[in-house]
Design a protein around this ligand. Sequence first.
Ligand code: FES
Ligand SMILES: [Fe+2]
Length: 445
Amino acid sequence: MVLTKKHQVIDLKTGQLSGHIFVDPDIYPQELKQIFGRSWLMIGHESLVAKPNDSLHTYIGKDPVILVRDGKGKLHAFLNRCTHRGNRTCRVDDGNEKFFTCAYHGWIFANDGKLTHVPGYEEAYYGELHRETHALKKARIDTYAGIVFATWDQHAPSLEEYLGDARWYLDTVFNRLESGTEAYGPIKWMEPVNWKTPVDNCSDNYHVPLSHGSSAGLETAYLGRPRTTLDEQFKSPSKHLSVNGHAITFRMSQPGDVRRAHGVTNENLHLFEQYYKETQADAERHLGKFRAGHVQLANHSIYPNGVLGFRLALPRGPMLTEFWHFVVVEKAMPRELKKALANGSVSNNGPAGLFEQDDLDNWRQVTDGTRTPMGQSLPQDLSMGLNHSGRHDEYVGEVSERYISESNQRKFYQRWEEFMNAEDWGDIALQPRTASYEGTATMKG
Ligand code: FES
Ligand SMILES: [Fe+2]
């Protein structure tokens, strides 16, 4: 490959991708700054900090962050770093507190970030410390359908622009009903792989019938359904598309169809059928007839590190990812079905999940195959469906002709290059928003 830019890793003419970006220790710190320092990142869900003074410890990339609802109900995200010497001011995963007290010298911060108490303020500091300029470092936050996003970059576009037309598809799972969603979790584990590998995998429908053959075989045998074959996937009218680096795939469906999810069993299928039938009219009011009836979001990722739903690939090193798994369910759903989905999600995509183990084995092997001297010098091949994607009459985004393609992966690495080479947001393009939204749904729910 001919390298002409500072970072040119994907050859869009041939689909060849430089493998070193998955293992190179010099790339990783640049990603933390150029990508995780600028993007809007999912950090939590409003339901996890529902009451005044609730807090959740989370991350903006590698930076530890306290997501907190202050006494007046306003959400904030603060760097969990005392402004004195940098100690962590919050040591719990979640809680309900009005103040965060630093355990080193006892500075106290209110949950709106203000520094309210300094031991020895008069005696040791002679009353000369400017408490106002020592508030906790605050991130910019916004929400989409209850999911809290944050960015350090004051010049980033709005979250609505950042998601762009991807929202048209994301709404079908995160924003189907006006009554909204709630989240459980996270379950956390470490994966000895680069964060980009699981993200890339999120819209790789190519691997599903093969890698997950035995897991899916068990599941479908139990449900008494025919197995999905690779041939069916190739012929499927479902879609594979990309917007602003977000990778989307969706299935064509019929009004009232049960959303395909782990946790739907022979025993509870009739309850899910009843639920989707009963809520179809509400969904149509919220999303319009077409989206509510015919579009079911399938495998997808939200740039840069949102993985298949509200799950996060948090960067922890060139070859180390901390994986966070949340489950998001509709509030209106009966408790029994919420429980079934949560159990299904964990037992298939949790750390010991059937499907997750299939994936993780591939990701580890891909990593190992890239870290050797010869392996590192060779490209990965992402040529599938080259020159077979573009604008579509009905669907927004860069749409592939087939459900199975590597177009989204090429777009993801193209976006990666764009962020890695950009001086600032002025160098990062956003696709114009062209989707038209039927129904009452907004960014806020
Ligand atoms: S580091 Fe927090 S009070 Fe000193
Ligand atoms: Fe998979």
